[in-house]
Design a protein around this ligand. Structure first.
Ligand SMILES: C[S@@+](CC[C@H](N)C(=O)[O-])C[C@H]1O[C@@H](n2cnc3c(N)ncnc32)[C@H](O)[C@@H]1O
Length: 366
C-alpha cells in the first residue's frame, strides 16, 4: 500500500536527518514522487473525491473569469495570441469553462486565447514552466504549498518539527529552522508576543518564491524589454494582520479526507490533503519586489459581483424561467422552479460570506 510505504519513507528520512520541519514533512506527504497526495491516486477533487472547489460548483465561476480575462486582454491591447497559463489546474474544468464561454460570448477573444494548463500531476513541476504568458492564474494552488508551523511559548517563537516515537510520527518543538522563519512574523509586524501561549501560525516561504518566479514568467526572457501582464490568485486566506491574529489560536492548518475536515496532519500521509490559509500580504509584497503593482484585492463574493455573476443569473431567469411567473402551477412551471432554485443555490455556494465567498482574489499587474 503506497500510504504505508510513504509513512516508512518519512520514518527513514527522520532517522537519517533528524526531525523534519513540518514543511519538509508536508512536502513529502503531498509531493513525494510516486507517493505524495498530489502526485498519486484517483480523483481527489469533485463530489467523489476529498474536497470540491469553485470550478466544480458552477459555470458561473468560469464565466466570471472569462469576463475578467477579456478586461485584461483589452488592457493589454488585445494581443494575439493571448497566452493564459493556469497553474494547479487539476482536472482542467476551469479551462474548459472559460474556453466555452469565450467561444459563445466573444469569438475574437476565443480566436486569440491560448489557454494553457499545468498541474503537478502531469509529472512536471509547474514552477519550471518555460511559457511566456500574459496572465498567470490559479485557484486554490498556493494553499497547497508546504508550510512551516510556529508556536508561541513564553516570549519565544518555536517551530514544529515531525519526529518518530516507537515507529509513529509525532510533533516536537525546537528553535526555528532558519532566520527567515524566526523573523517572519516580525517582518509583517505581527504582535505575536502578546498572544496566548500555545498560539500557532503557518509560514509559507514557497508562496513568495512562486510569486517571484511567476513575475519572471510574465516579464519574459529579455531583461531590458519587460512585457506587461497579470497574475491572478484565488485562494482562501487573508492579509497578514487578519491571518496571524490571537483569535486564530490554532492557526489555519487543515486536512481533508473524503470531504471531512480533520486536524491530524500526521495520520495517513499521502492519503489526505493538507492545506493552510494564504498570507496575501506576503504575495503582494513578493509581487511588489518583483516589479508588480496591486490591481485588485477583493473577496470572491465581491469579485464575482463585480464580474457580473448576479447580472448573469438575472438574465438567465428572464430568458429561461419566465414560466415561473406566468404558469408556476403547471408541471413545466414546477420543473422550472426546481431548476431555478438549483441555479441560485450554486451561485449562493460561490458567494456565501462564511464559505467560498470569503476566499480572496488578488490581481497584480505590470
Ligand atoms: C485544490 S486543487 C485545485 C484545482 C483547480 N485549480 C480547481 O479549482 O478545481 C489544487 C491543485 O493544485 C495542484 N498542485 C498542488 N501543488 C502544485 C504545485 N506545486 N505545482 C503545480 N500544481 C500543484 C494539485 O495537483 C491540484 O490539482
Amino acid at each position: 500500500m503506497p500510504a504505508a510505504l510513504l509513512h516508512d519513507l518519512i520514518l527513514d528520512a527522520i532517522q537519517q536527518r533528524g526531525p523534519l520541519s513540518f514543511a519538509d514533512y508536508m512536502r513529502m506527504a503531498l509531493y513525494e514522487p510516486g507517493y505524495g497526495y498530489y502526485v498519486t491516486g484517483p480523483a481527489r477533487m469533485g463530489w467523489e473525491g476529498d474536497y470540491y472547489t469553485s470550478s466544480d460548483v458552477a459555470a458561473f465561476f468560469a464565466n466570471c473569469l472569462g469576463r475578467q480575462l477579456r478586461q485584461m486582454w483589452d488592457q493589454l491591447g488585445r494581443p494575439t495570441p493571448f497566452v493564459v497559463l493556469e497553474q494547479g489546474a487539476g482536472r482542467g474544468n476551469l479551462a474548459l469553462g472559460v474556453r466555452l464561454w469565450a467561444s459563445q460570448e466573444d469569438p475574437l477573444l476565443a480566436a486569440a486565447l491560448d489557454y494553457q494548463t499545468e498541474d503537478i500531476k502531469q509529472g512536471l513541476d509547474a514552477l519550471t514552466s518555460q511559457i511566456t504568458p500574459s496572465v498567470i492564474l490559479s485557484n486554490e494552488l498556493v494553499d497547497a504549498f508546504p508550510v512551516h508551523v510556529v508556536e508561541k511559548r513564553g516570549d519565544q517563537l518555536l517551530e514544529v518539527f515531525v519526529t518518530a516515537e516507537n515507529g509513529r510520527l509525532s510533533e516536537t518543538l525546537a528553535s526555528p529552522s532558519s532566520p527567515q522563519i524566526a523573523t517572519y512574523l516580525d517582518d509583517y509586524k505581527i504582535p505575536w508576543r502578546s498572544f496566548d501561549d500555545g498560539w500557532r501560525g503557518e509560514i509559507n516561504l514557497d508562496a513568495e518564491k512562486w510569486m517571484a518566479h511567476a513575475a519572471q514568467l510574465i516579464f519574459g526572457p529579455s531583461p531590458k524589454r519587460k512585457r506587461r501582464g497579470f497574475i491572478l490568485t484565488i485562494d482562501y486566506g487573508d492579509l497578514a494582520k487578519q491571518l496571524y491574529s490571537p483569535y486564530r489560536y490554532h492557526g489555519t492548518l487543515a486536512c481533508y479526507f473524503q470531504h471531512q475536515l480533520t486536524d491530524r496532519p500526521l495520520v495517513r500521509p499521502g492519503e489526505q490533503d493538507i492545506t493552510a490559509h494564504v498570507n496575501f500580504t506576503a504575495l503582494l509584497q513578493a509581487g511588489r519586489k518583483a516589479g508588480l503593482r496591486l490591481d485588485t484585492f477583493l473577496t470572491q463574493r465581491e469579485w464575482l459581483t463585480k464580474m457580473g455573476i448576479y447580472d448573469e443569473l438575472e438574465q438567465i431567469k428572464q430568458r429561461d424561467f419566465a414560466i415561473i411567473d406566468t404558469d408556476r402551477a403547471s408541471d413545466q412551471g414546477q420543473i422550472a422552479l426546481f431548476q431555478w432554485y438549483n441555479l441560485r443555490q450554486r451561485v449562493a455556494a460561490l458567494t456565501e460570506p462564511s464559505g467560498m465567498g470569503n476566499f480572496k482574489v488578488l490581481i497584480l499587474k505590470r
